[in-house]
Design a protein around this ligand. Structure first.
Ligand code: PLP
Length: 392
């Protein structure tokens, strides 16, 4: 048998494994320690009532002979959800056609599968530091990765490089792990760059719901020209706590065509309907409810809860004189390890001295060393206690 040799280019994903090993070793020696986990970016608030009610109603429908549903024939999402998503965009001032939306089981799948519609060996620009799935999926596809450096000098918002040579560009804003958000001018620079290079931007908007500053774009399609060069990937995971339910969506504008005039929307739909059989009816009803007036208000309360967590952590760091990025329009706090310490060194300090589990920045790329990610997705009680422990 011949295996995909591209997999040998993958580095062992040691980050969360190493964190778990260190935490378990500490716990074995200190069984009484109360660990506070501000590491992994999973949510803690339960599904909101509007979603629970809608999903319950959908389960009942599935149990009735007259209302039972099998495969979603179109495979790209039921009309009711496509309408709700288009309405969500409209409320942000962005016009998106229901035929341009493809519903999926989450942003991670789309982030990983979209490169498959491009020729293998594509030149892909990926920010460093960033969500690690971008790198691994492109290695699996045999693509050429060019890192674009995010660092203190550009506020972890790397601008386009001088050379306009790229096929694909990943942009994550608000960024995981740094919490930084591109403003309109900065995103326009990227859009102009992509148009010049004939490249496609994959805009990961998984955390757009956390943007409160009205001047910051929540969609790449707020930027002129983006409909000719960008695909937007979004998720219900952080917007509505769907990390365990699984639902996301991708928008591919009709105007987005390859050099030889092929529609990327048609190609992506072809790919999805060939390799994916659609998201469950129950889930799609839940997602629709999340975008209803009541659902958005309830999800907004959860987001406000996490935002307050971010404020609590940020306030403690400010008191301690520790510099940080993010937190204001994102659920992540990206702190600079004090006294020039490395990520893992400071991770060990927080684990051993404060019993706080964090994520070392080095796990998100070489530019992440010397930084550490804390998440605002914990419970209030744990977040308050973590802040107290930091201040002690
Ligand atoms: N994109 C980014 C930037 C993320 O941080 C995550 C998850 O943490 C995802 C995508 C995955 O989202 P989903 O749960 O919809 O697969």
């Amino acid at each position: 048998m011949k295996l995909n040799q591209n997999y040998s280019a993958l580095k062992d994903s040691y980050l969360f494994k190493t964190i778990a090993q260190k935490v378990n070793a500490y716990k074995a020696e200190h069984p009484e320690a109360k660990m506070i986990r501000l590491g992994i970016g999973d949510v803690t608030r339960p599904l909101v009532p509007a979603v629970v009610e809608a999903m319950g109603g959908a389960v009942a429908e599935m149990g009735g002979a007259g209302t039972f549903r099998g495969y979603d024939d179109g495979g790209v999402g039921y009309d009711f959800l496509l309408d709700a998503i288009a309405g969500y965009y409209k409320a942000k001032g962005v016009a998106v056609g229901t035929d341009e939306i493809i519903v999926s089981d989450g942003a991670k799948s789309d982030v990983g599968n979209i490169p498959g519609i491009f020729a293998a060996g594509a030149k892909v620009l990926i920010p460093d530091p960033v969500y690690p799935a971008y790198v691994d999926t492109n290695l699996m596809d045999g693509n050429e990765i060019v890192y674009i450096d995010g660092n203190e000098s550009n506020g972890f918002l790397p601008p386009p490089p001088a050379s306009a040579k790229a096929d694909l560009i990943y942009i994550c804003s608000p960024n995981n792990p740094t919490g930084s958000v591109y403003n309109r001018e900065q995103l326009s620079e990227w859009v102009n760059y992509a148009l010049r290079a004939g490249a496609v931007i994959l805009f990961d908007a998984a955390y757009e719901a956390f943007i409160t500053d009205k001047s910051l774009p929540r969609s790449i399609f707020e930027i002129d020209g983006a409909r000719r060069c960008a695909i937007e990937i979004c998720s219900f995971s952080k917007l509505a706590g769907f990390t365990g339910v699984r639902c996301g969506f991708t928008v591919v504008p009709r105007e987005l065509v390859s050099g030889d005039g092929k529609s990327l929307l048609a190609l992506w739909k072809r790919r999805q309907t060939t390799k994916f059989n659609g998201v469950s009816y129950i889930t799609q009803r839940g997602a629709e409810a999340a975008l209803s007036e009541a659902g958005l208000a309830q999800c907004g309360e959860n987001i406000a809860y996490y935002r307050e967590n971010a404020r609590v952590i940020g306030a403690a760091l400010t008191k301690l004189g520790i510099e940080f990025y993010g937190g204001a329009n994102a659920p992540y706090i990206w702190l600079k390890c004090p006294d020039g310490r490395g990520s893992w060194e400071y991770f060990d300090y927080l684990l051993n001295e404060k019993n706080i589990v964090s994520t070392p920045g080095a796990g998100f790329g070489k530019n992440g060393d010397g930084f550490l990610r804390l998440t605002a997705f914990g419970t209030r009680e744990n977040t308050d206690e973590a802040a107290e422990r930091l201040l002690k």
